[in-house]
Design a protein around this ligand. Structure first.
Ligand code: SF4
Length: 332
């Protein structure tokens, strides 16, 4: 077995029973009426491991908690309960030098590159700042390192002196990737990296990420709603529903033999991989319940074709199955 395959079995980030609940505004009337404050339950006991050297795709409908999970893993959001470990250390306990080191080693690339780039700084100035803040190389070596980063993300050398507005959406996303790579991270968290781009440009950026992941042996969390992209890029896939991971497994196994009824419905609802099969997709029935008052028991029970009385009461746990997948369903 190659070193890379071995490394894909060692967790670099571990999410343990993570809960993220956002309080919503408590009106004066609600206070007078003595009503308790309500919370959006964005993550509800998520347990997931990101293995060193792998690309883990995270999929699910809008509002399922995938972006919240990504932000919690990069330390932008604190968990209400549960823990997130990076290289075995609880990230909530990291301070000072250890926190700065974590912030360097786990980088996030945002969906909207334009809003995450300073409009008044050239690419060269942005990269110089990133390299200097983290003391990545001696000052005299910075210009050469910036040229190297441009090559790595396949941007022309003259991009260094340009401002963000002078680039297309796909090029701006490459700038975002180069800024993340400047600090030599171990983990890239890509939240809907290409969903704002044209389809043809999406493929170029995703293929670039795939190349970089292999070349630099990066660990990548790839959050997306496009199942075809996720299948193309990921070693493993986690499926989320209403703040919970309902199935996780090796990409091809999961796409060929999905076990959870939600995964099955999600794959049926996705546009077919076969171009002659366009338009035959089946939609998921029913609305996604509100994360303000999620259903008890199995959160998917209001939309599940196989629901039983037990499902309405008892929450299924994510359990290992013989094929290697882990699935949260009483009937699997
Ligand atoms: Fe459906 Fe019950 Fe399985 Fe939930 S636990 S997915 S409701 S069969």
């Amino acid at each position: 077995m190659s070193d890379i395959l071995v490394s894909r079995t060692i967790p670099i980030v571990s999410v343990e029973e993570a809960m993220v609940h956002f309080p919503i505004a408590h009106s004066i009337l609600e206070k007078i009426q003595g009503k308790p404050r309500r919370y959006v339950q964005a993550l509800n006991g998520v347990r997931l491991e990101l293995m060193r050297g792998e690309t883990l795709g995270v999929v699910g409908e809008s509002g399922c908690g995938k972006s919240t999970l990504a932000r919690a893993m990069v330390g932008l959001l604190q968990t209400s309960e549960g823990k997130i470990y990076f290289n075995g250390k609880d990230i909530a306990t990291l301070h000072g030098k250890a926190r700065r080191s974590f912030n360097r080693q786990v980088q996030m690339i945002f969906q909207d590159p334009y809003s995450s780039l300073n409009p008044r700084m050239t690419v060269g100035q942005m990269l110089t700042e990133a390299l200097s803040v983290h003391n990545m190389c001696p000052k005299k070596d910075i210009p050469a390192r910036i040229r190297q980063l441009m090559e790595l993300v396949r941007l022309p050398a003259d991009a260094i002196d340009k401002l963000p507005h002078e680039f297309s959406g796909g090029q701006r996303q490459r700038i975002g990737i180069s800024r993340a790579l400047a600090v030599e991270p171990e983990v890239l968290i890509a939240d809907e990296l290409v969903s704002a781009l044209d389809v043809s440009v999406q493929a170029q950026v995703v293929n670039l990420l795939l190349d970089l992941q292999q070349k630099l042996n990066l660990t990548v969390l790839f959050v997306a709603h496009d199942l075809r992209l996720v299948r193309h890029i990921s070693h493993r896939v986690a499926v989320m529903y209403l703040g919970e991971v309902v199935e996780v497994g090796d990409t091809e196994t999961l796409f060929q033999t999905p076990l959870h009824p939600y995964t099955q419905a999600l794959l049926r609802a996705a546009p077919s991989m076969d171009p002659t099969d366009r338009g035959k997709s089946v939609s998921l029935t029913g609305e996604l319940p509100s994360p303000l008052s999620p259903p008890p028991g199995c959160r998917f029970h209001t939309r599940c074709p196989n629901v039983t009385d037990r499902c309405r009461i008892e929450r299924p746990i994510l359990a290992s199955k013989p094929g290697g997948q882990r699935v949260a369903c009483h009937l699997v």
